[in-house]
Design a protein around this ligand. Structure first.
Ligand code: GLY
Length: 364
């Protein structure tokens, strides 16, 4: 089963290919590109040893020269000096303005390689080959690229849309199940914000997905890409609608910050953040207990955290105020209206945010 989702951004439109054994789309994109040149294959120390040869083969079969750069794995490497290293390796490897970068890895590699492509020679195309569920349904699509600054996550970056996204489901075979679960949080998020049917599918298929049935993941990954593509097409630079994709992220980023990025994977923090956003929606009278329970049960069915009894609420509130999404000190919260629809609110008081966070601490 192969699916293609197009992100219709005019002359920057691109396809997302989702299926098994479909890395040939890398070769086909390069063949169509025209004059053969050098392609930089950026990967990391976890993914490179497993899959770099497969992607390199596609690049070379297209008649392009392949320059591989393997960065150390992990969020701690999402920093500006890694960009300099990548650009240095690409210059040494002879890449020029006609070159292309291929990002092979999870969200860190995608964000770092995407940013390197955005600034190398003032911008060259980047082709994304995401290898985690989170990267497949979120970070590889939509053109956000960034590195972290010690003072804030993703604070140095650019919008640089990829030229294609190739999602080979078989690259998930080596992904630890905890990472699969974390990716499912982002899929469930897409259901809550935009598609009740996708949410219902995730409710019904937790067992298959967690048992490693990759075919059961094709539909929710493709549907997530469609939802994201539709949002990005309407609001590429996050002036309005795109912020809906941040459902659960205002609370989630605060939880990541207070847990020093070591306790929870991003998707796990988003799961907690969605529960807090659900509680906020409940406290505002927008959704009822049934909504909150349904969302919580679905996340819990994927083994995702839905409570954190040790949450230091005041610290999380303080972290939230420093969030890069705050404008003039005002935070935007994405709040559920019903399954499949959310609204943006900038009028949430500190007390309301505190109560939503505190709800994660207690059983009810
Ligand atoms: N991860 C949210 C976005 O791409 O806008």
């Amino acid at each position: 089963m192969t699916q293609t989702v197009t992100v219709p951004l005019g002359d920057r439109a691109y396809d997302i290919h989702i299926g098994r054994r479909n890395l040939h789309f890398v070769k086909e994109w390069l063949q169509l590109r025209g004059p053969r040149g050098a392609a930089g294959l950026i990967t990391d120390s976890n993914v490179g040893p497993l899959y770099a040869d497969r992607v390199r083969a596609q690049i070379e079969e297209a008649g392009w020269r392949c320059v591989v750069h393997t960065m150390p794995a992990g969020e701690a490497n999402k920093r500006l000096d890694r960009i300099e290293e990548i650009c240095g390796a690409m210059l040494e490897g002879g890449l020029d303005r006609g070159s292309v970068m291929v990002a092979l890895g999870g969200g860190v590699v995608g964000d770092v390689a995407g940013f390197a492509a955005a600034c190398f020679m003032r911008g060259i195309p980047c082709l994304q080959v995401p290898t985690t569920v989170v990267a497949q349904v979120d970070s590889s699509v939509g053109g956000k690229t960034a590195v972290n600054h010690p003072l804030g996550k993703n604070t140095i970056g650019m919008f640089h849309q990829p030229v294609a996204v190739v999602i080979d489901m078989e690259l998930l075979e080596s992904l630890p199940v905890r990472e699969v679960r974390a990716g499912c949080a982002e899929i469930i998020k897409h259901g809550v914000i935009a598609d009740a049917a996708l949410f219902a599918y995730m409710e019904a298929n937790a067992r298959n997905i967690l048992d490693g049935d990759l075919d059961a993941l094709v539909y929710p990954i493709a549907r997530s890409c469609e939802i994201k593509a539709a949002v990005v097409t309407q609001d590429e630079h996050e002036l309005g609608l795109r912020a809906n994709l941040n459902y659960g992220h205002t609370f989630g980023h605060a939880i990541e910050t207070v847990s020093q990025y070591s306790l929870f994977l991003h998707g796990e923090a988003v799961s907690l953040g969605m529960c807090a956003a659900g509680a906020l929606g409940g406290n505002l009278g927008l959704v009822d207990r049934e909504f909150m329970e349904r969302q919580r049960s679905c996340l819990a069915a994927y083994g995702l955290p839905v409570r954190w009894p040790e949450l230091p609420v005041s610290d999380a509130l303080a972290a939230m105020k420093k969030d890069k999404k705050a404008r003039s000190g005002k935070l935007k919260f994405i709040v559920p209206e019903r399954m499949g629809a959310v609204m943006q609110r900038t009028d949430i008081t500190e007390e309301q945010a505190r109560a939503a966070l505190a709800s994660l601490k207690k059983e009810d």
